[in-house]
Design a protein around this ligand. Structure first.
Ligand code: ADP
Ligand code: MG
Length: 236
């Protein structure tokens, strides 16, 4: 479904060009759970951004069902992100002035074709997403009134609102204590299985990475290891 071919990324905003990705190729199938690990600074976030079309590679290509992201207009890429992709970040990225409910609705509001007539059902869908992460009772809370784990669950609900095919998570438990992190991780895995969503997850948590069907290790801008854990996971 997603294919990355020979991705290179060089950041040129500093005094010297900074090569971050140095030829990364991979493929992610529908419903697949892939974990990406590797040291800090290895280029994990950069890779996620390229796969999600948030940024373009310096060289190489990302294909979505055979369509090259670089051949799309900014608008087409934005539309693809909006309807097919969910993103969960380490630091939640929720808007502080909006309630949990409104934060979850937001990607639905910018969805093409969403008009006043669909608002009501969008509100209901957002509440349903909050229910799926166990937070319907916090719908009217603002981010400042929520704990770290709750904030991340709101972010997960927001990632689900447009029924994405892929959810990219960038260290989603990195800012949580281990117990809360585990609960959030279990929720992500459960949602991935229940909805058949592809889950591409960057993490430092070894136990979380072990749940993945496939593990990729990124080091210094290159994939140094790919482990298929299918056998291991199906034995559990
Ligand atoms: N937008 C950017 N502009 C310039 N340099 C960047 C940018 N984003 C990341 N970098 C640099 O690229 C390297 C890899 O970053 P990143 O992809 O965030 O790694 P990771 O997520 O594995 O820690 C780091 O050295 C970082 O400083
Ligand atoms: Mg990162």
């Amino acid at each position: 479904m997603i294919e990355a071919r020979n991705l290179h990324k060089v950041y040129r905003d500093g005094a010297v060009p900074l090569p971050v990705l140095k030829g990364v190729s991979l493929a992610i199938g529908p419903g697949e759970f892939v974990a990406i690990t590797g040291p800090s600074g290895a280029g994990k976030s950069t890779l996620l951004h390229l796969l999600a079309g948030l940024d373009l590679p310096t060289e190489g290509e990302v294909l979505w069902e055979g369509r090259a992201l670089s051949q799309m207009t900014d608008r087409q890429r934005a539309a693809l992100r909006n309807h097919a992709i969910g993103f969960v970040f380490q630091f939640y990225h929720l808007l502080p002035e909006l309630t949990a409910w409104e934060n979850v609705m937001l990607p639905g509001l910018v969805r093409p074709g969403s008009r006043d007539g669909t608002r009501r059902s969008l509100k209901e869908q957002a509440l349903e997403c909050l229910r799926q992460v166990g937070l319907e009772g916090r719908a009217a809370h603002r981010p400042a009134q929520l704990s770290g784990g709750e904030l991340q669950r709101v972010a997960i609900a927001r990632a689900l609102i447009n029924r994405p095919r892929v959810v990219f998570c960038d260290e989603p438990t990195g800012n949580l204590d281990s117990q809360t992190g585990e609960r959030v991780a279990r929720l992500l895995i459960d949602l991935q299985r229940r909805h058949g969503i592809s889950l591409v997850l960057v993490t430092h948590e070894e136990p979380l990475a072990q749940h993945a069907v496939r593990r990729l290790v990124l080091r210094d801008g290159q994939l140094v290891q790919t482990t298929d854990q299918r056998q291991a996971t199906s034995d559990k």
